[in-house]
Structure formats: structure tokens, C-alpha cells
Design a binder for this molecule. Structure first.
Ligand code: XMP
Length: 536
């Protein structure tokens, strides 16, 4: 394992991603981590970048025990400056903040082959990405320069005996073309890590781990939605403990067309998972009647979900003899874990999404009143995906034999169509939005755009517009189509191209022809921010 200490750079999680991509397991922990408290002995340590300056009074600092572990250390940007500062070098503010591409000239040392290892396989000048306001102006004793740029004389330095390396540029971003090679050289060539972290190995160890935790008779409940995270988690659970895992699918009345039936068919009939479908649509729609405020809709749906899930879990508990259900399965992913352990606490942007905008229904911990469930039934959490990024979950899903259709499914919000029917949610409004969405997604798939688009859906606007059909004037509602491209769903761009526009024209006429009550279709071209992906 490689330990990555996070000083708060926006790129820290990318270091983790890239290293895992070439099969080395690494963990990202906050920079305040006490080395004595680690649950593993790292084979190498990486210190990330940071928005701080090392000489600021409130800047974060590393537990200096990392430098006594006898393992290689790589400082990136702030990480380099932290090392230089602690070891007797000098760090100063640059005259100009450097942000963007730079040419890095590699200096090879014929007499010191070990320090050449970081740039092994690279020669001369390489393109790197810089993003810093401070730089090292004097290297600490014992360090040699291994690369320079026009403005940074200490762009990369190394200490041969101690196996310490520092680089000013960011190898983890794709703009640094050979960044992957540099990181690989560090973890494989210098730290001597094995490249055996694969999803195949993950499946075996995770199944064993689940079996050990749950024991020979323990039972587990978990909510499923048809989304990739909850399905992969459920499949893994089923592989580990078979029928002792009980999946619960709550029909909240605002899911997509035929969703419940198809999830039941896929998880229950095809995968053989023990699944109970609870049709609570009347209860949900009843409570939503007359409600127009988006956050109230979310609250009602979230609370009702917990209530229904809890009642069903209690029923299953009774059926299995009572008191045997010990665990609650959660599809928590690594980004949520990273966010909750960051030394700065949850960041402002993510907080709005997970707390006030509400995370998925299957992620029960995101609901404030889930405490009762955990306490009353004395349930403990089991989170098999908590070490994985989304793309790793997808790879895992494929390995576990899930259909591509499911593995690559767009995310769907817990409050579902309720936040896509703007204004009051009535059964007939839900029907209109649902059918329009179904046509939209069907055509996107037919035209081959589904994988390029990160998320697409149809929303029903609470306004009426004038139109003409045959000889008659119409006065009906408007459907808004949304399609965005995004990496992390925190920022997003509208999906756009000339060919896509032609597909949209076709979709528009299908919706107007086939969905009663709609005579106009518009395409939402706003970016996030300032708009959000959902309309409510
Ligand atoms: P926004 O609208 O905040 O959406 O740009 C970002 C991503 O989050 C999803 N989303 C939700 N997911 N419960 C969920 O489970 C919610 O209340 C919720 N609100 C937004 C949205 O679909 C997009 O993928």
C-alpha cells in the first residue's frame, strides 16, 4: 500500500485514481494522520499539493514520523515545499503565480542512478502542468536537482540516501502527458510495490471479508434502486452470503417507466437475489399532494422511504426468526469516504449535494432520521464499496457479470421524477414526465449517445404554451430535455453538437406526438454552475 497524505489540493483524489489504475493499492488520508495510528505499513508515501503556503500560520503540516519510516517519500507541489521547509531548504512566493503548461528539462546524473529512477524512460523536455504561487528557492542539504523549468530551478529534486523526491509540477493531471510514467516510476520502480491490485482480487478478498464479518448465520438487509452502486453491492453480498442477504426495493411512485418490474426481474429472477418489492406509491404520492417546494419534496420522500424500509426490514426480521438481522448494506463509495475524513471537513459544494440536496435513497446514512433504524434493530453498517471510485465499481459490475446496460446507467436521484415534475406532483403529471423521459432515453440509446452523455432526463415544466395541431389551437404543457457531460457531477456542461441537434429534433416530434398533454419541447442549454443538473 502507498499512503497518500492529503493537504487539501483539488487534485489529491486524482493521485489515488492514477496509481490504482496501474494496479497498486493506495489510500488517501488527511495530512493530519498520525503515522503511529496507521492500520498498515506503507511501502511509500506521497504528500499532495495544497491551496496553502507552508509558511502561513494556519497551514497544514505532516507528522514528521513519515520521514523516519525508511520508505521513499514523494512530495508534489506543496508536498515538495513542505519537505524543503522542514529539511532546511527555502520556500518563497513566486513573482508571478505559475498556472498552466511548462516544459520540464530532465537532468540525468550518471553517477547517481537511483535518483534517475523517477524519470526513467523519459528524456530531455517533457510537458508538465504547474499550479503554484510558491516555489523552492534553495534545496535542503543533500538534495540534488533532477529537473528544472525556465522559471523553477528546483522543479524536481531528490535525496539519494533517504529516497526522498520532490516535484513542483502535478503528475496526476492529464495535462502532464507523462505524469502516469512519473507516478508509476515512483510506486513501482522506487517503492517496489506490486501491481496486483485488480478488481478480480478485490472480489475474492471482499467476499471473504464479508463472510468473516457476517459470520455463518448473520443476516443483512439493504435497499436497492436499480442503480449501479446498490446493484453491485447487492450482487457482491449475494455472492458472499446468498439468501442471508435481503434486498428491499421501495416503489415510491416516482420511479422510471417499468422500473420496479425490471429491477425485480434482473435482481430477483436473473441474479437470484432475495428481493422484496414494496409498493408504497400511493403513500408517497398521497404525502406529496399539494407540495411544490423542492426541498420539502425531498424531505417527504426521504422520511417516507426510511419509514417503509424500516417496516419491511422488521417484517423480514420476523420471518427469519427475529433478531438475526445484524447488518445494513450501504453502497457508499470512496469519494464520500474521502469527503467525510478530509482534514477541512466536508467541503461546501459537496455538502449542499449530500445533505441539503439529499443523497440517494439507498444510501440510508444520508437521511437524518436513520438513527432509529440502526438503534432499534441494532444494525451495524457494512460497506463493501467504500474503497472504490465510481469507475472501479463499474469495472467490478462488469466482472460480476452485470449487463452493460446496468453498469453504464446514468445516475437517477432518490426523489426521482418528483423533482422532475416542477410544481405539484400528481399521478397524471408523473405519467407525462415518465413517458417523455422514456422516449428520450430510448432515442438517445438508439442514436448511440448514451455513453457519451453523463446524465439525461426529461422534466415537465409547470407552464402552458400555445400550439397548433391539425386545424386546432392547443394550449398544453412543456417538456424540458436535459443532457450533460460531467466527470464528477459537481460541475457540468450541456451536451451539444450539430448531429445531436438533429437527434433532438426527432425526439421532440416523438414526444409531442406520443405524450398527451405536451405540445412543446425545449432543450436546456445551461451549465452547472450556475444552474444545477436537476431543475429542482
Ligand atoms: P444537481 O442537481 O445538484 O445534481 O446538479 C447533481 C447530481 O446529483 C443528483 N441529485 C440527487 N441524487 N438525491 C439523489 O439521490 C437527490 O436529492 C438529488 N439531487 C440531485 C442529480 O441527479 C445529479 O446526478
Amino acid at each position: 500500500t502507498v499512503l497518500i497524505l492529503d493537504f487539501g489540493s483539488q487534485y489529491s483524489h486524482l493521485i489515488t485514481r492514477r496509481i490504482r489504475e496501474f494496479g497498486v493499492y493506495c489510500e488517501l488520508l488527511p495530512c493530519t494522520q498520525k503515522i503511529a495510528d496507521l492500520h498498515f505499513i506503507p511501502k511509500g508515501v506521497i504528500l499532495s499539493g495544497s491551496p496553502y503556503s507552508v509558511y502561513d500560520v494556519d497551514s497544514p503540516h505532516v507528522d514528521t514520523v513519515v520521514f523516519e519510516l525508511g520508505v521513499p517519500v514523494l512530495g508534489i507541489c506543496y508536498g515538495l515545499q513542505e519537505m524543503a521547509n522542514l529539511m532546511g531548504g527555502k520556500v518563497e512566493a513566486c513573482d508571478h503565480r505559475e498556472y498552466g503548461h511548462a516544459a520540464l528539462t530532465i537532468t540525468k546524473h550518471v553517477d547517481h542512478p537511483f535518483i534517475n529512477l523517477l524519470f526513467e524512460g523519459l528524456e530531455g523536455d517533457i510537458q508538465v502542468w504547474m499550479s503554484h504561487g510558491d516555489q523552492v528557492t534553495q534545496a535542503p542539504p543533500g538534495f540534488r536537482i533532477i529537473a528544472t523549468t525556465r522559471t523553477a530551478p528546483f522543479a524536481a529534486v531528490a535525496h539519494e540516501e533517504k529516497h526522498f523526491f520532490g516535484i513542483q509540477f502535478h503528475p496526476e493531471v492529464t495535462h502532464t502527458v507523462d505524469g502516469g510514467t512519473v507516478l508509476r516510476n515512483f510506486v513501482v520502480g522506487i517503492c517496489k510495490c506490486k501491481t496486483s491490485w485488480t478488481m478480480d482480487a478485490f472480489i475474492d478478498t471482499e467476499i471473504q471479508r464479508i463472510r468473516t464479518i457476517v459470520g455463518p448465520v448473520g443476516q443483512v438487509v439493504g435497499a436497492v434502486s436499480g442503480g449501479v452502486d446498490s446493484t453491485v453491492a447487492a450482487k457482491l453480498m449475494h455472492e458472499a452470503i446468498g439468501d442471508r442477504f435481503h434486498a428491499i426495493l421501495v416503489d415510491n411512485g416516482v420511479m422510471r417507466l417499468n422500473e420496479c418490474a425490471s429491477v425485480k426481474k434482473m435482481l430477483g429472477d436473473k441474479m437470484g437475489i432475495n428481493i422484496e418489492v414494496v409498493d408504497a406509491s400511493a403513500l408517497f404520492l398521497g404525502r406529496l399532494a399539494g407540495v411544490t417546494d423542492p426541498e420539502r419534496k425531498r424531505k417527504i420522500i426521504g422520511n417516507t422511504f426510511i419509514e417503509v424500509f424500516e417496516a419491511e426490514a422488521a417484517k423480514i426480521d420476523k420471518k427469519t426468526g427475529g433478531g438475526k438481522i445484524e447488518y445494513l448494506l450501504q453502497g457508499t463509495l470512496y469519494p464520500d469516504v474521502i469527503e467525510s475524513i478530509s482534514f477541512k471537513g466536508p467541503s461546501a459544494t459537496i455538502k449542499t449535494h449530500h445533505v441539503s440536496r439529499g443523497a440517494s435513497n439507498t444510501n440510508l446514512m444520508s437521511h437524518q432520521n436513520v438513527g432509529g433504524l440502526l438503534e432499534d434493530m441494532k444494525l451495524k453498517l457494512i460497506e463493501p464499496l467504500r474503497e472504490l471510485f465510481k469507475d472501479e465499481v463499474r469495472a467490478l459490475g462488469t466482472l460480476l457479470g452485470l449487463d452493460d446496460e446496468l453498469v453504464w446507467r446514468h445516475p437517477f436521484p432518490g426523489p426521482g421524477i418528483a423533482i422532475r415534475v416542477l410544481g405539484e406532483v400528481t399521478p397524471s403529471q408523473v405519467e407525462i414526465a415518465r413517458l417523455a423521459d422514456h422516449i428520450y432515453i430510448e432515442e438517445i440509446k438508439r442514436a448511440g449517445y448514451y455513453r457519451q452523455i453523463s446524465q439525461a432526463y426529461a422534466a415537465l415544466l409547470p407552464v402552458k404554451a400555445v400550439g397548433v395541431m391539425g386545424d386546432a389551437r392547443t394550449y398544453e404543457q412543456v417538456i424540458a430535455l436535459r443532457a450533460v457531460e460531467t466527470k464528477d457531477f459537481m460541475t457540468a456542461d450541456v451536451f451539444a453538437s450539430a448531429e445531436w441537434f438533429l437527434t433532438l429534433k426527432k425526439i421532440s416530434s416523438r414526444i409531442i406526438n406520443e405524450v398527451k398533454g405536451v405540445n412543446r419541447v425545449v432543450y436546456d442549454i445551461s451549465s452547472k454552475p450556475p444552474a444545477t443538473i436537476e431543475w429542482e
